[in-house]
Design a protein. Sequence first.
Length: 355
Amino acid sequence: MRYSKYGLFDFVEDEAFQNWVMSPNKDSDFFWESFMANHHNKVDTIAKAKEIILSIGFKENLPEQGLEEELFNNILQEKHSKINLEKPIVDDEPNLIRLFINKFNGMAAVFIVLLVSFSVWMYLSEKTDFPEETAIPISYIERSLKKGQRVTYKLPDGTNVKLNAGSYIKFPKTFNGNKREVVLEGEAYFDVSHNPSKPFYIHTGELCTKVLGTSFNINYKKQLNILEVAVETGLVSVLNTENHNNQQGLLLKPEQMAIIEKDKKPVKTRFDYQAIFGWKNGLLILEESALPEIFEKLEKWYGLEFIYPEDIKHVAYSGGKFDNKPLKEVLDGLSYSLKFNYSIQNNKVMITTNE
């Protein structure tokens, strides 16, 4: 793609880029967000190009290629030469600004003057020796949920996170720099605040999930070293943590899910919406499995400990859905179909089999 080789002026002069900045639509947003998700080294350049176009409000009749560079070089030469600024300017000396205004009428001339001024300012800012800044320690917030808890947090940038039971999250009190980063263990639903110039990274073990403005579910099973990412809206890229700044990663679109297990090839697939996202709305889904696995999921969901006899380990449950139901109602249904008794004492569920 030619945009991967673009510099600042290339983006400013590109008609398709101008149209997106001045008149964005669903298709152009999708294209440029996808491009930035896969070319993060261009995010800052694109942000500066957008700033130039929006500050001028100019889309058409750009000057012929090379003229702005000529003016920029001439200004730099004047900066480095020892010119007597008090010397009057006579008529036969070249006046660069007047030359451009005579050559390009109206908005085009104004655009060049502002564009070159911005470029010179950037150049001088980079070359000026400023006093070294003192590094400011980053303050972090950490949250760990117990079994039976599900909590929603609003991060400093406006991102909403719903954390599932038994999960852990770590994030800074303020997102400084050119990216937003959090650490996650367990499961969470993210609705990320849109900011193309400041990508959002979620670190889960050896993997990193990158987004711009997206809603998705992420489940990192640390003990099994398995990561599951399911996208609801927007785009998500799953990367390796060690070099996430220099790779494209596995790109996911809405209704796509990635299952990544250590030492195995990543799997990209479709998913059942309720099975992945239902938990955040109180929908408990018990898939077909042996009773100990069912009890383990109920422990996490309701925060109670299950104690059961050895002979029940091979009993299987065919599965079911419970929409915001109390534990007693769930156990009533399970005990009736699977023929066991239960009692609840001191936050423990005692399971016994029928004689």
